[in-house]
Structure formats: structure tokens, C-alpha cells
Ligand binder design. Structure first.
Ligand code: C5P
Length: 224
């Protein structure tokens, strides 16, 4: 679950209400508000933490960020695959498998016209596949992509790397700022290893029930 909340009180209130959650994603908002003590507290309560700061910097700076995350016992850490091969290699060399370094391909909020606006000439799909290859070449443990690209990524990179997918919405959910969404079941059936879900749980009238219905929808999902 993505802990896109404002403070640790809200974080622990929601987590205490949903005991089935054991893996959480911490982003810059709540981390800047609360500092690293939030991660220490999550660890002491037994949560595995995906630190999603989406690093995109020179290799040395990213290496230092990975070193700090490793010392903190972070489970997964994200970097932008578009940071380039040297940056990806620096991250994976420093991590040596832990934390698992995930390469962000193309943000799930972006679509073809927005990519063009940034200056990319290829489509989302071509760009995602190109960046997934680069992540593999850089020795990363996985990639982050929209569920729409999972099948093609898997065919290209094989089964060694994880595929993590945000952009998850139930049929009845609002899409918010996400462009390329799928339901949890569709994403798992496409081959996603982990789903990142934030607002469909956080903004649900009853977050515990929202998680229960997501888990129920996955019970009969057929993994590829
Ligand atoms: O609320 P929602 O389910 O849309 O949250 C998705 C989460 O996944 C957010 O924390 C966002 O930062 C993250 N994310 C994403 N797209 C990516 C990588 C991460 O939406 N490509």
C-alpha cells in the first residue's frame, strides 16, 4: 500500500485498521514531514518498506542514497531508469541485491501526448520497453511500469526481474491523475509481481473493506 498521507499519525491509524497489509511504500511527502524515524517505526512494527523517492541524479549521488537505504534496511528503492546506465549500475553495485533496486520506466500518469510534450519521440510502450532493457543491463532487481505494459516487458526481460505496477483502479474507482490503469486482477493476470495501490484504499469510505475486496478479487486470478 502507498502511504501517500501527511503524517505518521494518519499512517499508523490506517495501518492499524488493516492488519492484512505488511508491505508499504513511503514517498517524499510523508518522509519529509516525519523524517527517517517513520521508517524505523514501520520496521519495528514489522513492515517491509519500499522507499519510493524515484532517484534521478549523477551516479555518485544515487550511490550515496542507496548506501543510506541499505543501512536503514529498506526492502525496495526506486530510481528512474532514464537516469542512464552508469547511474543504474552505481545503484545496483551499491545495493548488491538489498535493497531491491526498481527502475521506473514511464510514470503511469503519463500518456503519449505528454511524453511528446517532454521531448520523447517514441510512444509510451516503446519507451517503457527501452527503459526496461536498460534497467536489466544496469543490473536492477525490477522495474516499475503500468499494468498495460507488463506482458510485453515480461516477454522482453524474462522472469528474473520483478515487475511492480502502480496505476491500479477498481472498475468503480476514479482514475485521479493516473492515465494507464487496470484492475488488480487484470494486473496480476498480466504478470505483475507486486501492485502499488494508494488512493483506492486511502480514500475509500472503509479502507479495510477496500483491501478485503481487492484481495477477494485476486483469489481466483490466474497468474501467467
Ligand atoms: O493513489 P495511487 O494508487 O494512484 O498511487 C500510486 C502510487 O504509485 C503513488 O505513490 C505514485 O507515486 C506511485 N507511482 C506511480 N507511477 C509510477 C511509479 C510510482 O503512480 N510509475
Amino acid at each position: 500500500m502507498a502511504l501517500d498521507l501527511c503524517n505518521s499519525r494518519d499512517v499508523f491509524t490506517i495501518l492499524e485498521g488493516i492488519p492484512s497489509i505488511s508491505q508499504v511504500k513511503v514517498g517524499p511527502g510523508v518522509l519529509m514531514q516525519e523524517g527517517p524515524s517513520l521508517i524505523t517505526e514501520l520496521h519495528s512494527r514489522g513492515y517491509k518498506v519500499f522507499l519510493d523517492l524515484k532517484h534521478h541524479d549523477i551516479p555518485n549521488t544515487v550511490r550515496l542514497a542507496v548506501k543510506a537505504a541499505k543501512e536503514m534496511g529498506i526492502w525496495m528503492l526506486s530510481v528512474h531508469a532514464s537516469g542512464g546506465l552508469k547511474m543504474l549500475q552505481a545503484a545496483s553495485e551499491e545495493a548488491t541485491g538489498s535493497p531491491i533496486i526498481l527502475g521506473i520506466t514511464v510514470l503511469t500518469s503519463l500518456d503519449d501526448p505528454q511524453l511528446k510534450e517532454i521531448g520523447f519521440t517514441n510512444s509510451v510502450e516503446t519507451t517503457v520497453l527501452q527503459l526496461a532493457s536498460l534497467a536489466q543491463k544496469g543490473g536492477l532487481g525490477g522495474v516499475v511500469a503500468s499494468p498495460h505494459e507488463v506482458r510485453k516487458i515480461r516477454a522482453q526481460i524474462g522472469n528474473e526481474m520483478l515487475i511492480v505496477t502502480p496505476g491500479i483502479r477498481l472498475e468503480t474507482d476514479t482514475k485521479h491523475d493516473q492515465s494507464r490503469t487496470m484492475t488488480p486482477r487484470q494486473a496480476v493476470e498480466a504478470g505483475a509481481d507486486y501492485l502499488v495501490i494508494g488512493r483506492p484504499i486511502l480514500e475509500a469510505p472503509n479502507p479495510k473493506e477496500a483491501v478485503a475486496s481487492i484481495l477477494a478479487s485476486l483469489e481466483t486470478a490466474k497468474k501467467p
